[in-house]
Design a protein around this ligand. Structure first.
Ligand SMILES: Nc1ncnc2c1ncn2[C@@H]1O[C@H](COP(=O)(O)OP(=O)(O)OP(=O)(O)O)[C@@H](O)[C@H]1O
Ligand SMILES: [Mg+2]
Length: 344
């Protein structure tokens, strides 16, 4: 097994496949995903609901339910340079718990799912610092207050002794960001961190995450179904469809030169501020196929205006079209951009 990782990458997911056994049959959640996070960089993972964004991310720290089976490699470069395949670690062992405790932090969509209702904010923030950073209770409490202040909670020295239910939704989201930072992580995974918030709060929380990322020099995976959200937040974008990555590239290339018909559809569905009044946002016709069947060929073929017979039968290879810009689509097969595809 090749465990050499590209030395610039903090994390590299290779050929990740995740399936769930259910009473109705096997759910093919992730069908061979590849993505990497260069050190100090941030990536956005974008795609419609159900395409496997969360399941891929949860695989990194092995937060998968018991009915999951998986294969592939998730190579994480540790602080000492050693590369660990987190998929190969025992699910509840010391090593993966250590990575969760001090290397890889997650911010979830719904803060109450990761905040305990019966412990004070101080207890929850301090726990990882006492456990993994050898802090005394008093030191951890002081740092907790500092962190609450940093994420914009007023009166932090009083509020640190309150319980999550005493905080509003937006404030809880801030507490969760503070909790992620308390672990002094190297990689932050933010899974739809603002979907549950109203629009003004969304902008504030995204700004906060961005500031924290710069201040702590974190690498980040930002998961969202909204391309508009990632535009100003990340260095690279990965577009997922039906459990696979269909296109990846630098943000500017994805926006200025989208290649995959699905990416173009996503871009067209971003509401344009300057659009004419009453103009409808175009959405991509058709529905996402069932995850009970592994797609033969390109998963997007059934919805693709350019699909030909081959697209339903074979899986297109990844093709490097320009620097760091790859697509899996037969329109670009052979590495040459066909005129009709480039202008489509
Ligand atoms: N525990 C589970 N058991 C069975 N199927 C599951 C389980 N968890 C996820 N799935 C299925 O796996 C697929 C991928 O789910 P995932 O949560 O990764 O999607 P997503 O891209 O994060 O979507 P969303 O944007 O709605 O969060 C979906 O079809 C989902 O129903
Ligand atoms: Mg999700």
């Amino acid at each position: 097994m090749n465990k050499m990782s590209n030395s610039n990458n903090l994390l590299e997911i290779r050929d990740l496949v995740v399936k769930f056994k259910t009473e109705e049959g096997i759910v093919n959640a992730v069908n061979g995903v590849n993505y990497s996070v260069p050190e100090g960089c941030s990536i956005g993972v974008v795609g419609e609901s159900g395409c496997g964004k969360t399941v891929s991310a949860y695989s990194i720290t092995r937060l998968l339910p018991k009915n999951a089976t998986f294969s592939g490699q998730i190579l994480y470069k540790e602080r000492n340079g050693k590369v660990t395949d987190t998929l190969a670690l025992p699910a509840e062992g010391k090593e993966i718990r250590r990575l969760r405790g001090r290397d890889i932090s997650m911010i979830f969509q719904e803060p109450m799912s990761s905040l305990s209702p019966v412990h004070t904010i101080n207890n929850q923030l301090s726990e990882a610092m006492i456990l993994f950073q050898n802090m005394s209770k008093q030191e951890a409490r002081e740092r907790s207050i500092e962190l609450l202040d940093l994420v914009g909670i007023p009166n932090p020295s009083r509020r640190v002794d309150e319980y999550p239910f005493q905080f509003s939704g937006g404030m809880r989201q801030r507490v969760m960001i503070a909790m992620a930072l308390a672990r002094n992580p190297r990689l932050l995974i933010a899974d739809e961190p603002t979907t549950a918030l109203d629009v003004t709060l969304q902008a504030q929380v995204l700004k906060l995450i961005q500031n924290m990322q710069n201040e702590f020099n974190l690498s980040m995976i930002l998961i969202t179904h909204d391309l508009g959200v990632v535009a100003h937040m990340v260095d690279y974008i990965y577009i997922m469809y039906l459990g696979r990555v269909v296109e990846r590239g630098k943000v500017v290339d994805i926006f200025d030169n989208p290649l995959h018909p699905y990416t173009k559809g996503l871009l067209n569905s971003i509401p344009k501020l300057k659009g004419k009044r009453g103009e409808r946002v175009s959405s991509i016709p058709g529905t996402v196929p069932s995850t009970y069947v592994v797609p033969v060929g390109c998963g997007f073929a059934a919805r693709c205006p350019y699909a030909k017979e081959q697209c339903f039968k074979e899986l297109p290879d990844r093709v490097l079209v320009e620097d760091e810009h790859e697509v899996s689509c037969f329109l670009f097969n052979g590495g040459e951009v066909k005129e009709d595809a480039a202008n489509a």
